[in-house]
Each structure stands twice: as structure tokens, then as C-alpha cells.
Write a protein that binds this ligand. Sequence first.
Ligand SMILES: [Zn+2]
Length: 202
Amino acid sequence: MMATTHALIGGAVVVLLTRFAPEMTPIAVTAALAGGVFPDLDLYANHRKTLHFPVYYWIPATLAVLVVALIPTTTTVAVAAFVLAAAVHSTMDVFGGGLELRPWLGTSDRAVYNHYRRHWIRPRRWIRYDGAPADFLLGAVGAVPVVTVTDGPLRTIVLGAVVVSGVYALVRKHLPDLATVIASNLPKPLRTHVPDRFVDVE
Ligand SMILES: [Zn+2]
């Protein structure tokens, strides 16, 4: 799924959780947007393994939520929202596509790495690939509760994420060709740093 989808779903989750403390919603949403994107920062370094923890994130996430129940401050809320969104992201990736360059072909058996069991979880493909129409729709649905309770720059960021998702979804299937052209034209020293899946040709 797209990083923006993860951010928007993370935002929606914390909006539901902060319903009874609306003054905490802006900080929670901001932290959840960041935490929802965070795991995908490993895109160029063992993607869906280095910063994705579909099991282990749930331990600090649960503890952080318990801490909020005892000590509800902006800091504890922000930490809980960030880690919770990262946990939701890592688990959501199980239901997306695989790691291959063209995930709509369904050839990869790697969705996200399970550090606890030390193996790759296979993709369930409920959302067939990142940037699929269903992926865009999921993010847009997630944006609805977030938009209704935010305003100002935060709301603009949320709406901007929906627009970025839409543009990405429109061009998604052209990106592998672009990536392989760029990767094959890079000077050799740089090309060695490009992950294999970006130089993978059909
Ligand atoms: Zn991910």
C-alpha cells in the first residue's frame, strides 16, 4: 500500500481513539501521519524489513496506549499515536502486494518481514498493489474522519496526501519502466546502490 494510505489510516485510527479527548486530536493526528509513513523510510534499505515490525511494534504500541490512559499529556499521546500508526502500517502490509517491481503481476511471496518468526509473510493481496484503485479508495476513506476533525495546515496536509495518492495511482504502472531506464543509465558506482528490484526487467 502507498505510504499516504498508511498515514491516512493511522490518522483515522487515532481520531477514533481520541474521540473523548478532542483537544488531543491535532497532536495525535500529526504524530500518526508521521508514524504511518515512518516504516517506509526503509525503501532503499531492505524494504519492509528494516523498519517494518508487524509483531514487535505492537508491544511498545500497547504500552504507550496504557501510559496515555495513566498520564495523558501531549508527549505521551504523540508517542502512542506514532508507534500505533507504525504498528498498523506494518500489519497492513500483509494484506497488500509483494515486493516485486511490478506487484500487480503477483510473482513475489514477500509482503513484510516477521522478525519474531524470522521469515517473510506472504502477501494476501486484498489490495493488489501499492497505487491500485482500491489502495487509493482505502486512503480516501481513511481521510474522511481526519478531515472532519482537523483544520488549518493539518487539514491541508491530509487533503494533499489524498491528491498525491491519486496522482501516484494514475501513473503507478508506468513507474517500473521509468525506474529501470534511470537505473540502467546510472554510472556504475551508483548502480551498485540501487536495490535489485529496481533493475529487475521482465
Ligand atoms: Zn510498508
